[in-house]
Design a protein around this ligand. Structure first.
Ligand code: TXA
Ligand code: MG
Length: 350
């Protein structure tokens, strides 16, 4: 398949180009497009044939449900059984934006989208190209992140092309994404709201609207129980080719441990990559490939750089990546969730 790559301005999305992409969606094709979090791989959410193509292109297991993207609240009313007051409050505060809500689904939503669950994940993305595409297509768009299954999510069109060129109809190049990690997935089907995946909207922000919101208990130690709530979440994600070790603990101790381990692996003749804050990277031996995520505590920068740098280290043929653990405050929780899923090994620095 020939994959067309089309540049579209995020500031003034060109109508004609958006129209071409929308036509592909209407004809059951696949279009990768930017959102504010990561690039999505979109298909008409109500066309099971189109949705099936997403799983094939990504090599994604079919038991991992998709998020349906909408541009208007009236679409939520079609997709979900009800529109509780609490969800209305969330939508008012966070949409368009990096929040996905899980609601009981209407029969209209094909089982291919929800992996047979009776709930559906819905979000209104905060990106002009995504919103224009949904409007022009005239349908809701089901879209997972536009990467091959198990890879880090793409934050640029080049990342998408790297994984999916030749497998999908079109890639819209709208530049780098702003947030860099995926949306927060919030389950609203139970008595109290539960975050199944920390993401672009931190728990602290959600609690300002719904104080009873909490993190899914197994978030810290991914366990079997996760499988039942959110089928996709038991898979090891974002796995780089290199071995990855995540070092958690007090930042000073983490930095010391990282420098010590880097020396050790270098002396064994291994190619070492460092994935850390500016402050920590500085303390590591310069013979290691040091990638700086951002200043300590600046989680929005760290989140934005995370996937890009994991991909970069992988391209450089690193044998072992030493990654810095961060406090789980604000966006730090989303960053740590991704790091834990990427790392084969976690150690705590003492
Ligand atoms: O920011 C994002 O969320 C990006 C952009 C493209 O919107 N999308 C994204 O999709 O990250 P994906 O497919 O990579 O992750 C969706 C997550 C999966 O972990 C899936 O298991 C969960 O949402 N999910 C989807 N539907 C669900 C449902 N009905 N119940 C529980 N979890 C669900
Ligand atoms: Mg994904």
């Amino acid at each position: 398949m020939d994959t067309k790559i089309v540049k579209i301005s995020r500031y003034r999305p060109q109508k004609k180009k958006i129209g071409q992409a929308a036509e592909i969606i209407r004809r059951a094709g696949l279009v990768a497009f930017p959102t504010e979090t990561v690039y999505g791989l979109g298909a008409n959410a109500l066309d099971r044939r189109a949705v099936a193509k997403i799983f094939k292109a990504k090599k994604r297991p079919v038991d991992d449900p998709l998020i349906v993207h909408i541009a208007d609240l009236k679409d939520l009313k079609r997709l979900a059984k009800d529109f509780p007051c609490r969800v209305r409050m969330l939508a008012e505060k966070f949409w368009p934006g990096p929040l996905t809500v899980i609601l009981k689904k209407n029969p209209l939503v094909p089982r291919e989208v929800t992996a047979g669950l009776d709930s559906v994940a819905i979000r209104m993305p905060g990106h002009p190209i995504a919103l224009e595409l949904i409007r022009a297509a005239g349908v809701s768009i089901a879209a997972p992140s536009a990467n091959l299954f198990g890879q880090t999510s793409p934050i640029s069109a080049a990342h998408v092309a790297n994984d999916l060129c030749g497998r999908i109809d079109m890639i819209i190049d709208g530049g780098k994404t702003r947030v860099g990690v995926e949306s927060t997935v919030l389950d609203m089907t139970g008595k109290s709201p539960v975050i199944l995946r920390p993401g672009g909207i931190p728990l602290e922000e959600i609690r300002k609207v719904l104080p009873e919101a909490r993190l899914f208990p197994s978030e810290k130690k991914p366990a079997k129980i996760e499988r039942m709530k959110s089928p996709g979440m038991h898979y090891r994600h974002y796995a780089p080719r290199a071995e990855m070790v995540l070092i958690e603990g007090d930042s000073d101790k983490v930095a010391d441990k990282m420098a010590e381990l880097a020396e050790k692996y270098l002396s064994e003749g291994r190619k070492v990559g460092i994935l850390a804050s500016k402050e920590t990277a500085k303390l590591c031996p310069s013979a290691a490939r040091r990638t700086v995520l951002g200043k300590r505590g600046n989680f929005s920068t760290i989140a934005r750089n995370l996937f890009k740098m994991i991909r970069e280290l992988d391209r450089k043929g690193i044998d072992i990546i030493l990654a810095e653990g961060f406090p789980e405050k604000g966006l730090g929780a989303a960053v740590m969730n991704r790091l834990r899923r990427a790392a084969g090994k976690r150690i705590s620095a003492r």
